[in-house]
Ligand binder design. Sequence first.
Ligand code: DX5
Ligand code: ZN
Length: 221
Amino acid sequence: MSRHCHTPILAPSILGADHANLAEAVATVEQTGLEWVHIDIMDGHFVPNLSFGPGVVAALRKRSRLFFDVHLMLDNPHLYVEAFAEAGADLISIHVEPDYDIGGTLEHIRRLGCKTGIVLNPATPAAHIEPYLDTVDLVLAMTVQPGFGGQSFREDVLPKLAEIDAVRRSRGLSFRLEVDGGIDTARAPLCREQGVDTFVAGTAFFRAADKAAFAAAIHAL
Ligand code: DX5
Ligand code: ZN
């Protein structure tokens, strides 16, 4: 029997696509036969970059039936979850590092009809997300410092992935464990060995000449 509780999912990040052609980017993801797309939202404050707002998500929603995995990199995510739910997010993940009512915001996301995710940065210990593990649908462990695509994968995060997977098993939980940052077909297997089942890839996916082969390599893990 597999030691994994979920089959692998590839969620391409449109941050790594041509921002003048985002509709084409989601179409490419669909045509590759994938079900998820990862959408990075940045506020220029929690991370030193800006990306997309709810209007972009709503516009893409009209063009796509993909599962929208929306990653909020915001200092005040509680002020925006409603806007992103209305825009068509299927899952909204929020960081554990800023100071706001995290439990209440997860509950709010759920009441809005979306799945929930809690995110932690490379330097944030797994213990910080433990209070939320019983309720979330997904844990997103950053494998780069968030803010920019195209950074190098942080191997020092691997033990933390195993730690989160161990808590999942010991508590009999079934949240998905997702990694984001520097993921390619060489790094994904290292993460899979630690229990990861959901793989975000921006640069590696959108630069891959053969996207179907890239997806097949992830699905075979
Ligand atoms: C980083 C974002 C990622 C980013 C990953 O802040 O959260 O989703 O798009 O890009 P790559 O795969 O290029 O590291
Ligand atoms: Zn992301």
